[in-house]
Write a protein that binds this ligand. Structure first.
Ligand SMILES: [Zn+2]
Length: 468
């Protein structure tokens, strides 16, 4: 069946026909097409179906042998941290992070925020991540926020910019006022329906306290902004509920120690949770939360979180998350004496396709954009990714499983954001990876000092020498 969208009043703009792809739409009405076409008009998807007619003059993309998926969506990353890539490798627990990585944020100038955010956005777009919730918990001056936003406008990635309320710990209350005032100013300047939207990264309850956080939530609700918060110590979801503050516009991150009661509260409000599996799992946190949340109707989504430690790559996160979920389920079976593993009703629950749900439909919903992105269906924004399956070919069975378990960032052939082709034949069209790398180098020189930057370069050369 061909699904189509009435374009009256939307302005058609340019037309683009993607032809002959295996389409994994993640949309319940459209479903999967073993071989199908997508017509893009302007910023939106106009039609999905087999053998579509292209309007005269339409650009065409031959997608033979490729899988078309919705653009991937990261629901929690601190993009300012990208130049610190590698600094968090091998961290052991939160104490290491607090000692070696987090304090560096105070050395970032507004210019560093711009260049770091730009470099991060370029790399994520290159890797098929069309949308990010940038949890910017480094707004040390108003210019830090302005420059981060300016970088997002340069990359043209779809961004929910979550303005960070967590400044330096000793001046949180004293500097609360200007941050709230800047959020109000920025909200007034956002163009409705644009690529860039504003949200609030709430100050963590354990640092900021309930009174400050309550003021932030009240402002967010007054301005209609989605909000997100790090949920690390136990009991915070219940505390927000008790304070009458828990609603569907809040996105908790991690929540590894949430109780079943807290999950039922989140489900009642239609909340999701953003899981940043590589950091959480590698840090020894309890991971049963993901399937507990999923089964309770609290939709999981995924994020890279800390680029100092985790690659800017959602394919890696999907694959890791699936194995973590399966291992958790197998552990339950083994402890109950049901070993070796055998299927029984409801077990195993986690399926490879769920991982693509987490990084598309669920993440779109988590960002408050569930009606705009995250699926391939007529009327939605054309944020799309084509994945190569060659030269060795596609997996047997579910193509979504190929995406979650067999694909990698190097397979990303084509990327569209808002109907614009940003990457084609494996190369970014209007952004230069070398420019991103140069920006990263400059941030390192300024933040870590020239000696550290040179050391990093030497280490890179030594690696290349060994591999040559
Ligand atoms: Zn985080």
């Amino acid at each position: 069946m061909t699904a189509s969208f009435d374009y009256t009043g939307h302005g058609t703009g340019t037309s683009l026909l993607i032809e002959g792809a295996t389409i994994v739409s993640m949309d319940p009405q459209v479903g999967d097409l073993a071989r199908g076409d997508v017509l893009v008009q302007g910023a939106r998807i106009a039609a999905v179906g087999p053998a579509l007619e292209a309007p005269a003059g339409a650009e065409r993309i031959d997608a033979e042998g490729m899988i078309l998926i919705p653009g991937l969506i990261d629901s929690h990353t601190h993009m300012w941290q990208a130049p610190l890539k590698g600094l968090g490798a091998g961290l052991w627990g939160a104490a290491d992070y607090s000692r070696h990585v987090f304090p560096l944020r105070e050395k970032f100038s507004a210019l560093d925020m711009h260049e770091a955010t730009f470099a991060c956005g370029v790399e994520m777009l290159d890797n098929g991540i069309t949308t990010v919730l940038d949890f910017c918990h480094n707004v040390m001056t108003p210019a830090h926020a302005e420059q981060s936003i300016a970088a997002h406008r340069r990359t043209g990635q779809r961004i929910l910019f979550d303005y960070g309320m967590l400044g330096a710990f000793d001046t949180l209350a004293a500097e609360h006022g200007w941050r709230l005032a800047q959020i109000r100013d920025l909200a007034g300047g956002m163009e409705p329906g644009g690529l860039l939207r504003l949200g609030i990264a709430l100050g963590s309850l354990e640092y900021a306290g309930l009174d400050l956080v309550r003021t932030e939530i009240e402002l967010g609700r007054e301005l209609g902004l989605p909000m997100s918060f790090h949920q690390n110590p136990p009991g915070q979801i219940f505390a927000l509920h008790e304070a009458g503050l828990l609603r569907g516009d809040l996105l908790p991150v991690h929540a590894n120690v949430a109780t079943d009661h807290e999950l039922s509260l989140l489900a009642a409000h239609g909340c999701g949770i953003s899981f940043t599996v590589e950091g959480e799992f590698g840090g020894g946190r309890p991971m049963s939360i993901i399937s507990r949340a999923h089964r309770a109707g609290v939709t999981p989504s995924l994020g890279v979180d800390i680029p100092s430690r985790v690659a800017l790559d959602l394919f890696a996160q999907m694959r890791l998350t699936f194995q973590v979920l399966r291992n958790e389920e197998a552990t339950v079976e083994r402890i109950a004496g049901r070993w070796p593993l055998a299927r029984r009703p409801g077990t195993p629950h986690a399926q490879p396709r769920h991982m693509l749900q987490y990084t598309t439909v669920n993440a779109a919903r988590a960002l408050g954009l569930g009606d705009e992105i995250g699926r391939i269906a007529p009327g939605l924004r054309a944020d799309l990714v084509l994945l190569r399956t060659g030269p060795y070919g596609m997996s047997l069975g579910d193509p979504a499983a190929h995406v979650a378990l067999q694909s990698c960032a190097a397979d990303v052939d084509t990327v569209l954001v808002d109907g614009r082709v940003r990457k084609r034949h494996g190369r970014l069209l209007d952004l230069d990876p070398a420019e991103a790398a140069a920006a990263t180098r400059r941030v390192r020189e300024r933040v870590l000092g020239p000696a550290h930057a040179a050391q990093a370069d030497q280490a890179g050369q030594a690696d290349r020498a060994v591999s040559a």
